[in-house]
Structures are given as C-alpha cells and as structure tokens.
Ligand binder design. Structure first.
Ligand code: SF4
Ligand code: SF4
Length: 463
C-alpha cells in the first residue's frame, strides 16, 4: 500500500507536518492538507512561517488549522467536565455470548439501572444541554443487551422525555443493540428510538463464530429480521463491526454483506479491544495482523462507498481533535447499574468502576440528585490525559486515542506504540497520500499550491 510519512516542521509555533512526494510536498496541519509544487515550496514555507500578513490561502489555512488544533487540544484537557450526553448501561446481562465481549455479562438477571438514578442524572445533562442550546442526547448501551428489560427502557424513555420537555430541549434517542429479538420487540425499537445501532460482524460464517447465541446457535437470521423491520418503520441504522485478527482481511466481504442485508446509513468498524474473553493468543495475533487490518479496512471502505454507505473507524479521526475515549473528555455522563457514573466506558458495573477509582459521581437517593465527584474528576483528568513524549512529532498527535482502551493509566500505564498505533498511523499515512495525490492534480493545474479541509477532501475523493 502506498503511504506517506509526514514530519513535524520545527520552525513554527503551531503544528505543521511535511511529506516529500515525487514533484511536490504535502503540508498537513490537523484537519487541513495542502499540496505544493516542489519549485514553489521555499516561497510557500517562508509565507507559512512569516509573522506578517499577505500569505496565500493555503498557507493561511494551515496556520489557522494548526493554531485551532492547539487551542482545542488544550481546551479538551482543561475544560470543566460538563456532560451533554447521557449514556446508560441498563444491565450486565446478555442473550449472546460474543467471543470478545469486554463487559463479560452474565446469563442471569443481576442489578439493573434504577429509574431514580436515570432521572437524577438526566436532569443534570438536560440542564447542561439547555444552557448550551444542544439536543438532549441519550444513549442506551451495552454492558449487556439494553433491550432485555423492555419495560425499564420504556419507563426510562418516558422520564427522559418529560425531563427534556421541562428543560425545553429535544430528546435524541440512540440505542446500541445486538438486534437479536422478536419481531414485536424490533417494531417497538424502531418506534421508540431515533437511531438504532446494530452490532453485526458480517455474514453468518463470521457472525455465528464471533457473536453466537448464549447456549449456542447463530444470531444472523434474527439480526437481519430486526434490520428489515427497522428499515420498514423508516428509522436510520448504524452498523457496528468488531474486526478480529481472523476477519481483518475479510472487510470487503463484511461491507458487501452489511450493505446488502442490513442496509445501514453508516458502518463503524473497530479492531477488537482487549478483554479477558479475548485472551492472549488472539491478542498476540494482532501484532502480526496490523497491516492486514489496514489493507482490509481500505477495501471495506471502497466496497461500502460503492453502496453509498459511510465506513469509518475511531482510533484516529483526522477531521476531529480528540484524545482517548474517556467519558470525562467527551462530556458524557455514563451511568452503570448501581447509580454510579464511570470515566471509563469499559467499566460496566459499580465494582469495576470503584476498583479502578474511575467514579465520576453518583446518585444521592435522599436528595434525589446526581452529585458529580469534582475532586475525583480533576484527578482523573490529570491521570488520563496523555503525557508521553513518545508521540511528540507524530502527525496523529492531535487526533489519536493512542492505546486506549487496551492499556490505560488507571490500570498499569499506557503502552503507546503497540499495534493499535501502527494501525492508526498507517491509515492516516494512506489517506493523506491518497488525498494529497488528488490535491496535487489541482496544484499542478494551477502551477502552485492547492489545499482543502480533510472533511471536504474525504467527500470529494469518494464521490
Ligand atoms: S481505557 Fe483508560 S484511557 Fe481508555 S477510556 Fe478507559 S479510562 Fe479512558
Ligand atoms: S499512538 Fe502512534 S499514531 Fe498515535 S499519536 Fe502516538 S505515535 Fe502517533
């Protein structure tokens, strides 16, 4: 696979990276890419780093994007936790037995999230959304399968709708489900939610192996049926694919299957996270398979785009400035059964949250209020934000989750440059070269420089 390595230019007080290609240079500031004819590069760099005005458009944009990236990076790290999204882990039970599940749910009913906790946390989030003029987003999520107790979900939605009206913020309802349910429940799901996330790892030869029913048997037929019912109701679907070392080179086949049978608007692909269930052998296999993942991802993306479906992964998103997946850096209040909120999305139960000292707050039942644990939030911010020198100079520096969630400062420290780093780096290198060649055609026509924001390049490139 062709790719380009870009190095940090030391001359500026903002991040800009340069890559050397045949006949031209590529310049990248997080979120913006420019291609410049080699003969024009000295003049271009002098404009880029000059303190006076009168720069060309591309040099100005690179400066602006670089400065914005620095400012946004500092703001994510330092801003007060102000949750504007409520994520609910309703239970820790499941009707499937996925081979890689990180929350390791039980087959037996256990503790569930209480309506009192949901109401108290919902009021905090709705008030913040009102202040920021944002929709009130609520996410019903795993830790288990959220639809197992339909009455509880109905009660929660009713309460959250009431709270949304009280604060005059529209409620946006998202649910992430395995989709294995009766026809009747699927119809309910389609009616009660605005967006449905269906976990699907591909055709039944993969799905049955990776996401079997609890007690055995395939989950494909039920999942396809649920997708069909939701589409019939007219609600959008996002598919979530977990890729393992065994499926890394089958992503085009996975994309074809999902686009034809599940027919989502978007497909989100993640290389499997480490967990007790995954085990060391499968984990070690990734170290040999990082290249296969990247090549497979690109083929999968091409297949999905032929169907008009977006295909993405979240480890390094060059159109965003972002750090790790911790809820405290994403302004997400993530409740788990027991009424505790967790900084880490991988904690699905109160004991796990407390074991890692990852508690962000909890419900005070006497006062019927959710209380944020500000001292612990502050401590977690300091503990979890990147401090490693190792990533200095990397073009992904401002948009990379590093090795989260496989290794973490809360649990033995981060192992930055593991296979996940290789994947994140290779994908960016591949994309920047592909977009760069596309831009260079324009620069050559104009006899100088051409640039564009990554988000525009991505849509133009795949048209
Ligand atoms: S694994 Fe660590 S870094 Fe990643 S989300 Fe959890 S707490 Fe944050
Ligand atoms: S983890 Fe790897 S890809 Fe990410 S910023 Fe560090 S060096 Fe770059």
């Amino acid at each position: 696979m062709s790719s380009v390595r870009l190095d940090l230019l030391p001359d500026g007080d903002f991040p800009v990276f340069r890559g050397n290609e045949d006949g031209y240079f590529l310049y990248y500031s997080p979120g913006y890419l420019a291609a410049v004819e080699r003969s024009q590069s000295a003049q271009f760099e002098s404009e880029l780093f000059s303190s006076s005005d009168g720069r060309g458009e591309e040099a100005s944009k690179l400066r602006q994007y670089g400065q914005n990236a620095q400012a946004r990076w500092t703001s994510i790290q330092q801003s007060k936790f102000f949750p504007v999204c409520l994520t609910l882990y309703m239970n820790k039970e499941c009707n499937l037995q996925c081979v890689y599940c990180y929350s390791n749910p039980s087959a037996q009913p256990g503790e569930r999230l209480s309506i009192a906790s949901i109401k108290a946390a919902g009021a905090v989030v709705a008030k913040n959304c009102c202040e920021r003029d944002l929709p009130f987003t609520v996410v019903f999520h795993g830790g288990g399968e959220p639809t197992l107790d339909r009455d509880l979900v109905d009660q929660a939605l009713d309460e959250l709708e009431r709270i949304g009206s009280e604060y005059k913020v529209p409620l946006f309802r998202y649910i992430a489900t395995n989709g294995v349910m009766s026809k009747e429940k699927a119809a309910w799901l389609g009616k009660r939610f605005d967006l449905i996330g269906l976990s699907c790892d591909g055709p039944s030869s993969i799905q049955s192996r990776q996401r079997p029913l609890l007690g055995g048997g395939g989950s494909t037929a039920a999942l396809e049926q649920t997708a069909e019912i939701i589409r019939g109701i007219g609600k959008p679907i996002h598919a979530r694919v977990t890729v393992t070392p065994y499926t890394a080179d089958r992503q085009d086949e996975i994309a074809e299957y999902i686009c034809q049978l599940i027919r989502p608007q978007e497909i989100h692909v993640e290389p499997v996270y480490s967990s007790d269930r995954v085990g060391e052998a499968l984990w070690q296999a990734w170290r040999e398979k990082a290249d296969d993942f990247v090549e497979g991802f690109v083929k999968g993306r091409e297949a999905a785009h032929r169907h008009g479906v977006k295909w993405s992964t979240s480890g390094s998103r060059s159109k965003d400035i972002h750090g790790p997946y911790c809820n405290i850096f994403r302004d997400v209040l993530n409740l788990v059964p027991g009424g505790v909120a967790t900084a880490c999305f991988k904690c699905a139960g109160k004991e796990q949250v407390r074991g890692l000292s990852a508690e962000v707050g909890m419900v005070d039942h006497d006062r019927e209020k959710f209380i944020l644990d500000e001292p612990n939030i502050l401590r977690l911010r300091e503990a979890l934000w990147f401090s490693s020198e190792e990533c200095q100079g990397c073009m992904n520096f401002y948009h990379c989750t590093r090795s989260c969630p496989d290794s973490c400062h809360l649990d033995g420290g981060q192992d930055y440059q593991d296979w996940r780093c290789q994947i994140q780096l290779k994908l960016t290198e591949y994309d920047l070269l592909a977009f760069g060649e596309f831009l260079y055609a324009d620069a050559a026509r104009r006899g100088g420089a051409a640039g564009a924001p990554i988000v525009d390049l991505e849509s133009a490139y795949y048209e």
